[in-house]
Ligand binder design. Sequence first.
Ligand SMILES: [Zn+2]
Length: 488
Amino acid sequence: MTQYDLIIKNARLVRADEADVKLMDIGIRDGKFSAFAPHLRVEDAREVVDAGGKLAFPGVIDVHQHWGIYNDLREDAVSESRASAQGGVTTGLTYMRTGQYYLNRSGPYADLMPEVLQATEGHSHIDFGFHLAPIEREHIDEIPSIIDDLGVPSFKIFMFYGGHGLHGRSAGQDSFLMLRDGQRYDYAHFEFVMRGIQQAREERPDIADAISLSLHCETAEIMRAYSEIVELRGGARDLAAYSDSRPPHSEGLAITIASYLAHETTLPTINLLHLSSRKAIEAAMMMQSTFPHIDFRREVTIGHLVADISTATGTAGKVNPPLRPREDVEALWEHLLAGHFSWVTSDHACCREEMKFGDPRNDVFAAKSGFGGAEYLLPALVSEGRRRGLPMHKVAELTSTTPAARFGLTTKGQLQVGLDADLALVDDDASWTITAEESASTQEYTPFEGFELTAKVTDTFLRGRTILRGGEIMGVAEGRYLHRPTSR
Ligand SMILES: [Zn+2]
């Protein structure tokens, strides 16, 4: 009997806790890493892959995706997990909620999640899990069973939804969120969601660290007023106008409200999602020093790190919070290099051509929000990060180790014996141009069209199986649903 199912030879290991990248062979058995050594005997393996000196990163854990928001969930599970594998992503956590879009229904998560799992299990090429948003009052009572029975210990609040909807043209919160009985999706609701989550944490001390709340921080009132100002002002209805209609101080204000509510409700595990501007990250750092007892995580997306209102491909770059002017992108990098961000995600939301653009096509206010990007997550971060002096071991920390720890993915997140053999090989001597055509996503356009990168994911392995080889998707969908925390 052979000792390893697979040996990957000559890989430069990128580990969050090692500043130096070391050339090693990787032995994999039963889907787990079983050895890292300068030389493993190829006779001991059923299969051998020569990495030829490429970088080996722990598989990317992209903790902000949106499968099924605009398309059939089952179709997205297939195509968007394939696109994810192209970006070195081996685990995707998708936000899911009741209301319009997604499954377009209301009611308890106990009823919704079996439907979600039926549409995704057996269809994904990467491992996956979900975050759930308590929208209805009854969802707060479901928090304990969402954690224990559904394996979802992470929750979300969309701070602006109650007053603004998804695209800024909500007919009203009742119809958009499908709220019944005069319920409101407002700060009071957010407070009670936090209290519900904190109570669940207190009742589960052994897994409390893995139970957290993520917030999309923008304020409906500010964006409503500024949307009106931008409309009245007239002029181009482009990405610059969209950024003006949802100004950075709307993010900053939402962050301070979220943080104070976390303080008031004693919920310490707060994730501030996709901060897009200098004001947003500065507000988040202010809150960190004001409330040192809150265990914040701060997120930035690859889109906000590589594109601005002038470089993205027009209306294709509409997203919430918006892409910003160049000086905000520079500020995000300043803070990323200073260690102020906890992880980088894609916020992947496949929004196909026919869905994305309104009439006229270049009117940003008529377009839908969101786009894919998981396929560029690791290559773009390595490319742009290297240029700016971000060490590679920090890339591993930001894309795998920290998100795994926060979200209870205890079998993942590091190149370490005993953990799931999830990894991505990156050719850091490649130069290529992003084109939507090469993506496995069904989106068919990208706001990053024409962007030049200097690193490419060539091979991706999920639990020791090749899911991407030489840039081609391999094999069948063997991704598993991850009931979290995974060690239970
Ligand atoms: Zn999102």
